[in-house]
Design a binder for this molecule. Sequence first.
Ligand code: FAD
Ligand code: NAP
Length: 543
Amino acid sequence: MTQSKKFDVAIVGAGFAGMYALHHFHSLGFSCQVFETADGVGGTWYWNRYPGARCDVDSLEYSYQFSDELQQEWNWSEKYAPQSEILEYANHVADRFDLRENIQFNTRIIAMHWNENSDSWVLESNLGENFNAKFVVMATGCLSKPHTPIFPGIESFTGTILHTSSWPHRPVSFVGKNVGIIGTGSSGVQSIPIIAEEAKSLTVFQRTPCYSIPARNRLMDKEYEEKVKASYSKFRQENAKLNAAISNNPNNQSAMEVDAEERLKTYEQRWQSGGLPFLAAFNDLNLNKESNNTAVDFIHRKIKETVKNPEVANSLCPDTVVGCKRLCVDTNYYETYNRENVKLVDVSATPIEEIINDGLRTSITKYNFDTLIFATGFDAMTGALLSIDIRGLDGQTLKDKWQDGPKNYLGLTINGFPNLFTITGPGSPSVLANMIVAIEQHVEWVGGCLSYLRENSLICIEASEEAEQTWVNRVNKISGKTLYTTGCNSWYLGANIPGKPRIFMPFLGYPNYVTECKRVAEETYEGFLLSPQASDPKPYAKT
Ligand code: FAD
Ligand code: NAP
């Protein structure tokens, strides 16, 4: 039998989290190996190649800050960089920091079992290989397991089927095609206007309308870029003090504190400057339904002003709380419904019942097309983790442990699963923050923790049951005060996946979260069980 390869740290995933984890842990002297299903780096930006895919956090912020040289030398072409450029950036980082030699591509980790005799993890890949690691860092992504609803008859469809999150690597032409698209979340909203320009016809199947704010994307403002780069680290520090670690110019007034005219002016300014900062127009939009209604009314009015057909405009107006589902950011989304070749089909009351050979059938009508696109999202936050057969102490599976929803400590570690870290795990700010900022914070916290263990000859770290329960309560208590839990059915709640427990997963408030992580580390890892048992007398192989 061949000896399995051994590492200090195995990292699963080579998106922005896995890449930085590899670089950072290497710099601390740990031997590391990354495993990645894809044949390249970039994660989200490797997979989501649909037309119009781009970030909706300013590129000057949606980028790494760990290397000042990197952030100074890289130039983004637009305010919101397109997918191809973000992927180019990921590849540049991989080359610049020599990451590729420690990334095993085309390798899916299918199982990970804790071995109590050796105090280490045994990982198994889809290629039948085994690996041994003292620590495992899950960098598997929050939005990396695509969700495709199960419709009967799908196998009978004779045309092309695509999913926005696993888009082909070759160009896809829609010229002369009749296209059907299911889903109007961020991916649908970004791709619909571009596909509509090319296709012969586009039929959009909408179950729930979204709220979308114009991106006002533009070429990079060189003066602004220079200003940011002149004091980049200060700019980053200031942003990190904000709730989502995004420069959204928060207004500290309640929407109810100002009169109607002032409110309208504020919303109009935010609408004209565009993007996610719309939600920071007032400080209580996610707390107070009455305040939220004022934003809802404003957006409804904008939709009705833009979309010429009043029936279509009405169908596009959501009746839920704005910001409760992830806000969408678009270029010409609502305008697209004025095109002759675009049809909106509301499938909320008359759901899609089956896919047929040349289209689909709802409960009342048949629609024909030759290309079907799923823009139906992800099994978010827990999907990628639970796709792996993870077993901790006493063979307990993570699936069993999380059957009623994810439970962990700081969103980073799980009781019963020693030496396992989840980057941007549920219970951390993750998807409710600028994710690259959240990734760097997590990776650096884990790096600090691994160094502490090494310095103190400790082999195992595990969240205590009590700390875990206190953390879960805290996450729920914070979200319970907001409209996130009552205002809609979102993927933050797991509500988009049939049968998934309905639990609000992210931790709200990046700055408080960072403070807590720092405090825990300073209090010599309060809430953790640390143990010095060692089966391996030389557990740390220096690189
Ligand atoms: P990912 O990029 O998802 O990478 C995870 C990697 O792990 C993938 O490559 C996957 O193949 C691999 N993997 C998973 N399971 C296994 C396994 N078992 N074995 C081996 N490999 C595995 N966030 C923002 O903050 N701002 C934005 O503007 C923004 N835009 C987005 C646009 C789109 C279209 C999507 C889908 C998400 C967007 N996000 C955005 C969120 C985005 O996912 C994060 O910003 C970030 O890219 C996540 O990086 P990651 O490395 O944590 O995960
Ligand atoms: P999503 O927001 O979950 O949207 C999925 C869409 O598919 C929803 O409209 C959903 O309708 C619909 N759908 C799912 N199952 C359906 C069914 N059985 N019948 C009809 N419709 C169905 O997924 P996403 O658009 O891929 O975005 C996911 C997240 O990725 C975003 O929220 C964001 O965080 C990130 N993202 C960001 C950007 C960006 O702008 N930077 C772009 C893309 C993605 P219901 O609402 O009724 O469930």
